[in-house]
Design a protein around this ligand. Structure first.
Ligand code: SN0
Length: 311
């Protein structure tokens, strides 16, 4: 693998899941692969799991890790030909090449603004790193994709599925803030690669990009959609058609124990308790969120391993 920008960069999702599960059993087996290689992680936004699990994955492979909070460095300019006499101090053209002098792999987290759909969909931060860095780039959540989380979710479903073809439901849940579509998009994409009975439930007006959801069934009745589910994956996202807007805060969409029944509960975290999901679900043995957080390490490890093998 050269870059890991979205799940299409995985040649074969199922064999990647199996390899990640093997790495989980033997995390230090490839601890010489990353010797004398450096991962630079660049965060334009907050992170807990991504930051710690990706560092741990890199260290399991013997890599060195340098982490930079992008808001503590120079304000970067991404436009071509700008007269840089205002707020930005350094152009991405130099910055990406400079970071490449110190890094063998660069990982980037850069959320969307949720103001301008075209600008967000251009993935200008991630793609400018791809264009100007001279080393592979790993997406640690961009405007439209979170492929490390999706791989984690697929690993978790593989480990916990009670039958060969489990029923998986992605449910929108309320949130006070406008959140990105990235986690939902990548989850929808990876579910299309697995042998699962997959459907989506959300209020009207919360349709994701139809280019991503294709012909996946959408049910506007959450209770009906979640009936007999083996996995309920909760996530909030802002409207896609009324781009970036919070158009509903309908608390009846919160995931409750009553609605989720015996389904395993999944969420990428952080999850706002008693807004997205009630305490009784998160504090129940059916909650898979901590297992998901653990699996972040092995999703990152299999991705870094495959990139290191091609360096
Ligand atoms: C991010 C998102 O994409 O939804 C990151 C998830 C991995 N989530 C948030 O920004 C939640 C912030 C909050 O205040 O609850």
């Amino acid at each position: 693998m050269k870059h890991y920008l979205n799940i299409d960069d995985l040649e074969d999702v199922n064999s990647t899941i199996q390899e990640a599960i093997k790495l989980k059993r033997h995390p230090y087996k490839n601890s010489k692969l990353g010797r004398n290689k450096t991962l630079v992680m660049l965060f334009f936004n907050s992170s807990l799991r991504t930051r710690l699990s990706t560092e741990k994955a890199a260290k399991n492979l013997g890599m060195q890790v340098i982490t930079l909070n992008a808001n503590e460095t120079w304000n970067l300019e991404f436009e071509n030909g700008t007269i840089m006499n205002a707020g930005t101090s350094e152009h991405i053209k130099e910055a990406a090449q400079v970071i490449s002098q110190y890094a063998d792999i660069i990982a980037v987290r850069a959320f969307p603004t949720l103001k301008d759909k075209m600008e967000d969909e251009s993935e200008f931060i991630l793609n400018n790193f791809v264009a100007h860095a001279t080393v592979p780039i790993v997406n640690m959540e961009s405007s439209t994709a979170h492929p490390l989380q999706a791989l984690t979710d697929a690993i978790t479903i593989e480990e916990l599925k009670p039958k060969a073809r489990p029923k998986v439901v992605l449910s929108w849940a309320p949130h006070p803030k406008a959140l990105p579509h990235a986690v939902a998009n990548s989850f929808v994409e990876i579910m299309q690669e697995l042998d699962v009975d997959f459907s989506i439930t959300h209020p009207k007006g919360y349709e994701l990009d139809p280019k991503t959801t294709k012909d996946i069934p959408i049910n506007y009745n959450q209770e009906e959609a979640m009936k007999d589910a083996d996995f309920v994956y909760a996530k909030n996202w802002s409207s896609y058609s009324d781009y970036g807007k919070v158009i509903s805060q309908d608390t009846s969409w919160m995931i409750t124990k009553e609605k989720s029944g015996n389904a395993k509960f999944m969420h990428c975290l952080p999850a706002r308790r008693n807004v997205i999901v009630e305490d009784a679900v998160l504090d129940n043995d059916n909650s898979a969120v901590i297992k998901q957080a653990n699996n972040r390490t092995f999703a990152a490890q299999v991705v870094l391993k495959r990139i290191l093998e091609k360096l």
